[in-house]
Ligand binder design. Structure first.
Ligand SMILES: *Cc1c(COP(=O)(O)O)cnc(C)c1O
Length: 459
């Protein structure tokens, strides 16, 4: 059977110009183990992007496999309205121990975008039911990414995904967010924010750029229900890193103006930034936090919007008052997904995964700096946790980007695939966001290949 041909006969792949598949047909994967994926011909690919940032503890992790196998013989799914099950309850018990203080009511969905939709609706309805019906708009940062359903797309700010659909989208208040590599205040700090060592060389930056947010709050807070952010790391924007102080300042203005702070930790949660959640770096709590991706270790589609007692209470009343949150997803609280999610938390704890990853992250960042900063087209290496991003530019001095029409990142992607490394750059930003279990030998190997590929495409 020609599996590639059969694939193209039926499948419309996500986020793809299908015509590109004429020259790069789909790679049909047979099995996975650790950070390795093996295609049907036995070729190995190092998955250093965690299969869209969700695989946390390696493919086919034996402990998660066992947990899901055990659950599947007990209960596969049950309606979650009026019904419950032990895996969901246990998951909440375990999560509450590691979540920022105050987050204690869990609403389940089955993908990240849905959790975003849920949190926007929840925030609007809270204000509506507490005497502030005027608060019906949302604020979001430039370059934000929150998913691709219409509400999530509206709060997102990456034109590549949203431009075409603007006529369909909510009118969102867009705030010029931090842009540390091209800082307008000449601070240039957070790209070098090194969380694993605890070293914070934010070079005198006091988040001067926050004045943009302050102005927006002064002007629009009366009509704003919530601001949503990807804390510390704007992933799809090209792994842009910014300092925790920005979140602290946001917490203050949100309190002052009665605006909810929604944390989209879908990509940043679960140790990706060196702490369990990105908000932990700031020492403050959001009002609503969205989780997905690492939540099930990358095994099952599941997401949670977790919120405070205060928000929950605004919906709690006699049925006929009509205050309930009428939002549901068929697969909400799926027991198989919950069983994977519980095991993920246990593994993180038992095996001290995040602590160990932080040690290896220092090594990873060191070799990446050594191998990449010397290239004439590498503008910046930025890092947080195990995530390292290499921004390719035309001119290092002026930071002028490469001509996007040359699709340099895509050429590098193809080259690296030939050599057995799965990189999938964001435009011309090459990045590593590997499972937390990646070891030094693989770090050496994948960075060598990536450097070779950049070298061969750009010189
Ligand atoms: C992936 C992602 C989403 C969307 O999650 P899906 O499950 O793909 O819908 C939202 N926000 C962030 C920050 C993400 O990385």
């Amino acid at each position: 059977m020609d599996w590639q041909k059969e694939d193209l006969k039926y499948i419309w792949h996500p986020c793809s110009q299908m015509k590109d598949y004429e020259t790069l047909p789909p790679i049909v994967i047979e099995r996975g183990e650790g950070i390795n994926l093996y295609d049907i011909n036995g070729k190995c690919y190092k998955d250093v992007i965690s299969s869209w940032w969700c695989n946390l503890l390696g493919h086919c992790n034996p402990r998660i496999n066992a947990a899901v196998k055990k659950q599947i013989d007990t209960l596969e799914h049950v309606i979650f309205a009026n019904f419950s099950h032990k895996p969901a309850i246990e998951l909440c018990q375990e999560l509450i121990r590691v979540l920022p203080e105050g987050l204690c009511k869990f609403n389940f969905a089955d993908n990240g975008s849905s959790a975003i939709e849920m949190s926007l609706k929840m925030s609007f309805q809270y204000h509506y039911q507490t005497g502030n019906p005027r608060k019906k708009r949302f604020m979001a940062l430039s370059d934000a990414y929150h998913g691709e359903t219409l509400g999530a797309l509206a709060v997102g700010g990456v034109d590549l995904y949203s431009e075409l659909y603007k006529p369909l989208l909510l009118d969102v208040i867009r705030i010029d967010g931090p842009d540390c590599y091209r800082c307008q205040y000449n601070k240039h700090c957070a790209g070098h924010y090194e969380s694993p060592s605890g070293k914070d060389n934010t070079a005198g930056c006091r988040c001067e750029c926050f004045e943009k947010a302050e102005k927006a709050f002064q002007k629009y807070a009366d009509e704003t229900a919530a601001i949503i952010v990807e804390p510390l790391l704007q992933g799809s924007a090209g792994m842009k890193v910014y300092p925790p102080l920005y979140l602290k300042k946001l917490r203050e203005v949100c309190d002052k103006y009665n605006v909810h702070l929604i944390a989209d930790e879908i990509a940043t949660g679960y140790g990706r930034t060196g702490k369990m959640f990105a908000f932990d770096h700031a020492g403050v709590s959001p009002d609503i936090m969205c989780l997905s991706k690492g939540l099930t270790g990358g095994y099952m589609p599941m997401a949670i919007a977790v919120t405070t007692q205060k928000i929950y209470d605004a919906f709690y009343d006699d049925y006929l008052k009509g205050k309930a949150f009428m939002h549901s997803h068929t697969y909400a609280g799926n027991p198989l997904a919950c069983s994977a999610a519980i095991e993920v938390l246990r593994i993180l704890k038992d095996e001290q995964i995040i602590e160990k990853a932080n040690k290896r992250a220092l090594y990873f960042n060191k070799i990446i700096r050594e191998k990449f900063l010397r290239f004439k087209n590498v503008g910046e290496v930025r890092t947080i946790g195990l995530i390292n991003a290499i921004e390719l530019v035309k001119n290092k001095e002026t930071k002028e980007p490469l001509d996007y029409r040359q699709r340099t990142g895509y050429q590098i992607y193809k080259k690296a695939l030939e050599k057995g490394v799965l990189l999938r750059p964001l435009g011309d930003v090459i990045y590593f966001n590997p499972p937390l279990i990646i070891e030094e030998a693989d770090m050496d190997y994948v960075t060598d290949i990536a450097a070779e590929c950049i070298n061969s495409i750009l010189t």
